[in-house]
Design a protein. Structure first.
Length: 538
């Protein structure tokens, strides 16, 4: 049902319906058991006592407030159906909620709207009416989780399976590679070219020179009838082919949101139009960092990773040291070891001693995974001290419609509930910001020391400076404001539009200081392109 936007009464009715539906949907979706006695699985919680975080309403209150505020603004400026408006804004919820939100909006939304909003819907459902056959409030009140609702439990199991591990959801032969792009598939790692044979996958040494089949999924196999040599030997033998792994957090584990959606002014261009001055395409790592290794980039990034929590995901790395090619591993925790939801003191963050232990444990594990001739690049932590000064006085997208919410207001609100993504840098207290920066410097120095003094048989270790610092220096030199570098909705991650710049900074430093890591370009690339085209996309 679309309500005419030029009628003040109709506009008020639309806003009210959107508010009611979004409150109800979120109330259902956010019902879950909370075990305050269970310790957090990493240090992103800041304080080691879980009872001291997520207070004063916490994440549920924040998400509900933001969601309802967003849909009210969208209702003011968009003449669209109520269910479509609420459904579109479900994407602002955490991943474990967003899909459920969308399902619930479309399953119950129209009936709730037609029956007069949330309160009436609750009254009707409590009475046992058949008007809402799938929605009975008594059922909701008994739930410990929205995942117990009929019709969505299987969706929850699927989501949890994908989120709880860094392996492809669809992987028939169990070789950690998939033939589909999504659900941690080939968008996150190389594309499998045979998902029923676990000996055929990207990055391995070719079997019998790949005369009969493409065992390493690089698209090259068969014989050159003129020379009588296998194409693998003729075009690839003696060249330095290797895999690439991102053991990473913060940049390639981030999430973009178009700010236009946050104040109701939705545009299909989103925020990318703000970067026409740069001319850079919003492309990712594969097409910028490793254009000749498209079959083998391996991304186990995820938002929220720390040096401690990443240890549990090492088993998602698919590498058999006896039969696979060497790999380049980029290890960069970036921010979460110094970014917490709340902290009493720096002791609540990862200490240099803990950080060293975590990194060494990771390297020890990699020594049993990586083939000889591999390289590990330790990337320094980001310096987020510029964020507050760059963003605090600017209007947050959620406040742009009415001019009433600045970033500093959002930071203080999040910190009050102890749920913010980075208490140390997104804080009005300059002393806390400086202390957080100092800890980041200390942890970076640990990485430098490890790179200089630790040795492993299967790989070399090198230190890379944080690429964002390089980008910021050039950005300011070119006269651009720092706020344009930062994701406008969360104001912590860099916008996707500058990932090519970050990539270029990394590439330049490697080429300048450690050219042996990259090796020489395969002189047969043009011949490969001519014979095999895009190599089947692998």
């Amino acid at each position: 049902m679309v309500i005419p936007s030029d009628d003040p009464i109709a506009l008020h009715d639309r806003v009210e319906k959107v508010r009611n539906l979004s409150k109800l949907i979120f109330k259902i979706v956010s019902r879950r058991k909370v075990n305050k006695d269970k310790p957090p699985n990493d240090l992103t919680a800041g304080s080691h006592d879980p009872k001291e975080i997520d207070v004063n309403g916490g994440r549920a209150c924040a998400a509900c407030t933001v969601l309802v505020g967003l849909v009210e603004q969208v209702a003011e400026v968009n003449n669209r159906t109520v269910t479509n408006m609420v459904s579109e804004l479900c994407v602002y919820l955490p991943s474990e909620y967003s899909i459920l939100c969308d399902i619930l909006v479309h399953l119950w939304g129209p009936a709730i709207i037609e029956k007069g909003g949330m309160e009436n819907a609750v009254r009707i459902s409590r009475s046992g009416s058949t008007v809402l056959p799938f929605f009975h409030w008594s059922l909701v009140e008994r739930l410990s989780s929205a995942c117990e609702l009929p019709g969505v439990s299987m969706v929850c199991r699927t989501i949890n399976s994908i989120l709880s591990k860094m392996k492809p959801f669809i992987d028939l032969d169990g070789d950690h590679y998939s033939i589909i792009e999504t659900f941690r598939g080939d968008a996150w790692r190389g594309r499998d070219c045979d998902d029923v044979n676990d000996m055929i996958y990207p990055g391995r040494m070719p079997m019998n020179s790949d005369i009969l089949t493409d065992s390493n999924c690089n698209g090259i196999y068969g014989m050159d009838e003129t020379s009588g040599s296998p194409y693998e030997d003729e075009l690839c033998k003696g060249t330095k082919s290797q895999g690439a792994y991102l053991h990473w957090r913060f940049y390639w584990g981030s999430f973009p949101c178009a700010p236009g959606m946050a104040h109701g002014q939705r545009t299909h261009h989103g925020y990318s139009e703000e970067f026409q001055l740069c001319g850079w395409q919003r492309t990712g790592l594969a097409s910028n960092f490793i254009p000749n290794w498209l079959s083998k980039p391996f991304n186990i990034c995820f938002n929220g990773a720390t040096s401690g929590s990443m240890l549990s995901y090492l088993n998602s790395i698919a590498r058999k040291p006896q039969i696979d090619k060497p790999a380049i591993v980029m290890y960069g925790m970036m921010g979460n070891d110094v970014c917490s939801r709340w902290m009493k003191s720096l002791d609540d963050l990862t200490t240099p001693e803990q950080f060293r232990s975590n990194v060494i444990s990771t390297l020890d594990n990699l020594s049993g995974i990586l083939p000889k001739g591999s390289h590990v690049l330790l990337v320094g932590l980001v310096n987020g001290s510029f964020i507050y000064n760059a963003m605090s006085e600017r209007l947050h997208p959620i406040g742009q419609l009415h001019g009433d919410v600045h970033y500093k207001d959002m930071y203080e609100w999040f910190n009050c509930m102890r749920i913010g993504p980075c208490y140390g840098w997104m804080n009005k207290n300059e002393t806390i910001r400086e202390a957080t920066t100092q800890r980041a410097v200390e942890l970076t120095n640990v990485l430098k020391d490890i790179a200089a003094n630790e040795k492993y048989d299967s790989f070399s270790i090198h230190f890379l400076s944080n690429p964002l610092a390089t980008v910021i220096r050039q950005w300011e030199k070119d006269g651009y404001p720092l706020w344009k570098l930062i994701e406008p909705v969360d104001s912590l991650h860099p916008v996707q539009a500058i990932l090519p710049l970050i990539t270029a900074a990394i590439w330049d430093e490697i080429e300048t200081n450690f050219p042996e890591v990259l090796g020489e370009v395969n002189p047969n690339n043009e011949a490969i392109q001519k014979l095999f085209g895009d190599q089947g996309g692998h």
